[in-house]
Design a binder for this molecule. Structure first.
Ligand SMILES: NC(=O)C1=CN([C@@H]2O[C@H](COP(=O)(O)OP(=O)(O)OC[C@H]3O[C@@H](n4cnc5c(N)ncnc54)[C@H](O)[C@@H]3O)[C@@H](O)[C@H]2O)C=CC1
Ligand SMILES: O=C([O-])CC(=O)C(=O)O
Length: 315
């Protein structure tokens, strides 16, 4: 074979195998609820993530079509779709990261708590399977009400004997995404430079954007304007639910936020330093057992195996 042909084949292989090209290990990611309003664009975004080598798409409906569609994108992640209950084991087997947007969304007039009865059961069943088939995976919980689905997941994992509080995350990134966007617009600063920590929970007044800690800081905003920004961030979900007028809640911005948080988890797993995201996690920051705070992705070495996880409140 001509040397130039061999060189280009090696380059192609290196591009396909991100781990050998960059020193980063590529990972298996499973998305449960992959055919839904969030699941589909989230699957697309995770397919584009170079840290994903294998993308497992699971839903109780329509997954083959979504998987076939996403699989045609010319990025390295290998895509497989799973639908029936008996395919959940294979979907989860060996997953490093499981992202859960499975469940029903709100309609106008509902609170996130109104979703509890249906989504609690869905989350319970999916987490029971996670405990069985990929007990060491990081779990990103998107399904609402996050303030309740995360504690439910924790209880399921405790019962199964697999609970590790450093591996369970309620995804509150959309609150941060909104706070950044609204702040940048009001303060007239470049949104790419903005960060706003959002702590507390993921429902109404439990969403606490800390505009006092926003960067870049600005004196240009009045107390009244900060109050209005806070209210808009807290009611961002409802703003979308009402605008969609019965056709669901935030999907595209949530898929973006889920992809940002998923990427942070994959970077954390690969030991990338200085990765910080807000997330709803088990907490000792307040008297509440779970509380969204800044969470630091750190690399922890174990005697038996190497692992790393998001941990350490740095609020
Ligand atoms: N954490 C956050 O910031 C946000 C959370 N959400 C929540 O995300 C959830 C999903 O929202 P959408 O994607 O808009 O809903 P959707 O109804 O469009 O999609 C949900 C998907 O879950 C699937 N599903 C239902 N039961 C399942 C099971 N047992 N196993 C696997 N898949 C199952 C459905 O077939 C459907 O494809 C809702 O609970 C919503 O409230 C939505 C926006 C933001
Ligand atoms: O408001 C909802 O029901 C969906 C959600 O959590 C959000 O958009 O923040």
């Amino acid at each position: 074979m001509r040397p130039s042909v061999m060189r280009s084949a090696a380059q192609l292989l290196r591009r396909r195998n991100y781990s050998s090209a960059s020193g980063q290990q590529a990972r298996k990611v499973a998305i449960l609820g992959a055919a839904g309003g969030i699941g589909q664009p989230l699957s697309l975004l995770m397919k584009l993530n170079p840290l994903v080598s294998s993308l497992s798409l699971y839903d109780i409906a329509a997954t083959p079509g979504v998987a076939a569609d996403v699989s045609h994108i010319n990025s390295p992640a290998l895509v497989k779709g799973f639908m029936a209950d008996d395919q959940l084991a294979e979907a989860l087997d060996g997953a490093d990261l499981v992202i859960i947007p499975a469940g029903v969304p709100r309609k106008p007039g509902m609170t996130r708590d109104d979703l509890f009865n249906i989504n609690a059961g869905i989350v319970k069943n999916l987490c029971t399977a996670i405990a069985k088939y990929c007990p060491n995976a990081l779990v990103n919980m998107i399904s609402n009400p996050v303030n309740s689905t995360v504690p439910i997941a924790a209880e399921v994992f405790k019962k199964a004997g697999t609970y590790d509080e450093k591996r369970l995350f309620g995804v509150t990134t959309l609150d941060v995404v909104r706070a950044r966007t609204f702040y940048a617009g009001k303060a007239n600063v470049d949104v790419n430079t903005v960060d706003v920590p959002v702590v507390g929970g993921h429902a109404g007044i439990t969403i606490l954007p800390l505009f006092s800690q926003a960067t870049p800081s600005t004196n240009a905003l009045s107390a009244e304007e900060i109050k209005a920004l806070t209210k808009r961030t807290q009611e961002g979900g409802t703003e979308v639910v009402e605008a969609k007028a019965g056709k669901g809640s935030a999907t595209l911005s949530m898929a973006y936020a889920g992809a940002v948080f998923g990427d942070a988890c994959l970077k954390g797993l690969n030991g990338v330093p200085d990765i910080v995201e807000c997330s709803y996690v088990q907490s000792t920051v307040t008297e509440l057992p779970f509380f969204a705070s800044k969470v630091h992705a750190c690399f922890a070495m174990c005697v038996v195996y190497c692992s790393c996880y998001l941990s350490d409140f740095i609020m």
